[in-house]
Design a protein around this ligand. Structure first.
Ligand code: NAP
Length: 342
C-alpha cells in the first residue's frame, strides 16, 4: 500500500537563466527535491525565454515581488543588489530564501551554511539563509576534517579559480579570446582585468583599499564564520585561471596538535562530501577536469611541509555545483529535514 504523499513545495529560482541557475535546476531534478511548482525568474532580458525542468519547458518570468506569492523556497542566483532588494520581499511573503550572492553572508542574523560543517545553523534562520562563496566552500570542506582531527591554527592558501566563477560572461570572455586567430586579435577584456586566454590573472573581482581583492576578503571572513573560528589566521591569494569550471586551491595548514600526513589523509577520506585522490606512485591527484559535474570536493597532494609540521594539500571543487547550486539545495534539504518549513 502506498504511504502518505510527500508534501511538495513551490520553488522560485531567481537567475534561472544564469550559469548557477541552470545548474540549480539540474540539481533540484537529480536530487529529487520535492518541487510541486517551479518558477524560473530572471530579468526583463529573459522574459519569455524557456528553461527545461524535468520534462517541461517553462517560460521565464520577471523577478519581482509578486512572483514570490505562495512560494515556499526562493533561491537567489542573480546579483547582490537584486538579492538585497528582493530577498526581504520573498521573506515578507512567507518564503525561505537561500541566497547565493554575498549580500547577506556576514550579517549576524543570517546563517552561512555548508551543511556537512554547520548544518544546524539553519535552525537560527529568520527568513534568509546564505550560501557561501564558491571558493570558500571547497576550502572549508578541506579544512574542517583537519580541524576536527587536530585543531586548526592557520592556513596559507592560493586559489586557482575557473572563469565560470564570474558567470556566463566569464565563460564567454574566455571562449571569445581563445577563438581569436592571434593574441593581438583577441577581444579586449571586459569581465577580467587582463586577458584570461593563455594567461593567469592574480585578481578575482576587484581590489579593496587594503590591497586585497574582494574575493580574498570573502574567503577570510566567510571561513571564520562557517567554522566558528573568529580568530583563524588565513593568508590568501586568489588567482583567475583559463579553466572553464572547477576551482582549485593549494593550501598549507598549521594545526594545534601535530598531524601526520597519514592521519590527515584518513580524516579527509572519512569526511562526508570529500574524496581523497592521492597516490604519487601512480601520478594520481585531482584536477578541475576531474571534478567538473561532480559534487564531491576532491583532495590530494597531502604531504608534510619540509621546514615545519604543517601539512600541504591540494583541493578542487566544481564551483557551479558544490560551490553554488548543490550546496544551496543541500541547505533546503537541511531545512526540510529539521522540519523548519511546514
Ligand atoms: N558562478 C559561480 O561559480 C558562482 C558561485 C557561487 C555564487 N555565485 C553567485 O551566484 C549569482 C549568480 O551567478 P552566475 O555565475 O550564475 O551569474 P550569471 O551567469 O551572470 O547569471 C546571472 C543571472 O542573474 C539574472 N539577473 C541579472 N540581473 C538581474 C535582474 N536585475 N533581475 C533579475 N534577474 C537578473 C540573469 O538573468 P538574465 O538572463 O535575464 O540576464 C541571470 O539569470 C551571483 O550572485 C554570484 O556571485 C556564482
Amino acid at each position: 500500500m502506498a504511504g502518505p504523499k510527500q508534501r511538495e513545495y513551490v520553488v522560485a529560482a531567481v537567475g534561472a537563466t544564469g550559469a548557477v541557475g541552470e545548474v540549480l535546476l539540474r540539481v533540484l531534478e537529480e536530487r529529487r527535491f520535492p518541487v510541486g511548482e517551479l518558477r524560473p525568474l530572471a530579468s526583463e532580458r529573459s522574459v519569455g525565454s524557456r528553461v527545461r525542468f524535468r520534462d517541461q519547458e517553462l517560460a521565464v518570468e520577471l523577478a519581482r515581488p509578486q512572483a514570490f506569492d505562495g512560494a515556499d523556497f526562493v533561491f537567489f542566483a542573480a546579483t547582490g543588489s537584486l538579492s538585497k532588494e528582493l530577498a526581504p520581499e520573498a521573506v515578507r511573503r512567507g518564503a525561505i530564501v537561500i541566497d547565493k550572492s554575498s549580500t547577506w553572508r556576514l550579517q549576524d542574523e543570517v546563517p552561512l551554511v555548508v551543511p556537512e560543517i554547520n548544518g544546524a545553523a539553519v535552525e537560527k534562520h529568520s527568513g534568509i539563509i546564505a550560501c557561501p562563496n564558491c571558493t570558500t566552500i571547497g576550502f572549508v570542506m578541506a579544512l574542517e576534517p583537519l580541524h576536527r582531527a587536530a585543531g586548526l591554527k592557520s592556513v596559507v592558501v592560493t586559489t586557482l579559480q575557473a572563469v565560470s566563477g564570474a558567470g556566463r560572461p566569464g565563460i564567454d570572455e574566455l571562449k571569445a579570446q581563445l577563438a581569436a586567430p592571434t593574441r593581438a586579435e583577441a577581444p579586449e577584456p571586459t569581465v577580467f582585468k587582463a586577458p584570461i586566454a593563455h594567461n593567469v590573472v592574480p585578481l578575482c573581482e576587484h581590489f579593496l583599499e587594503n590591497g586585497y581583492s574582494s574575493e580574498e576578503m570573502k574567503l577570510l571572513h566567510e571561513t571564520r564564520k562557517i567554522m566558528g573560528l573568529a580568530n583563524l589566521e588565513v593568508s590568501m591569494s586568489c588567482v583567475r585561471v583559463p579553466v572553464p569550471v572547477g576551482h582549485a586551491a593549494t593550501m598549507l595548514v598549521e594545526t594545534e596538535r601535530t598531524l601526520s600526513p597519514e592521519a590527515a589523509r584518513a580524516a579527509l577520506a572519512a569526511f562526508p562530501g570529500v574524496e581523497l585522490i592521492d597516490d604519487p606512485s601512480t601520478n594520481r591527484f585531482p584536477t578541475p577536469a576531474d571534478v567538473e559535474g561532480r559534487d564531491e570536493v576532491l583532495v590530494g597532494r597531502v604531504r608534510r611541509d619540509l621546514g615545519s609540521d604543517r601539512i600541504w594539500l591540494w583541493q578542487v571543487s566544481d564551483n557551479l555545483r558544490k560551490g553554488a547550486a548543490t550546496n544551496a539545495v543541500q541547505i533546503a534539504e537541511e531545512v526540510l529535514r529539521r522540519g523548519l518549513c511546514e
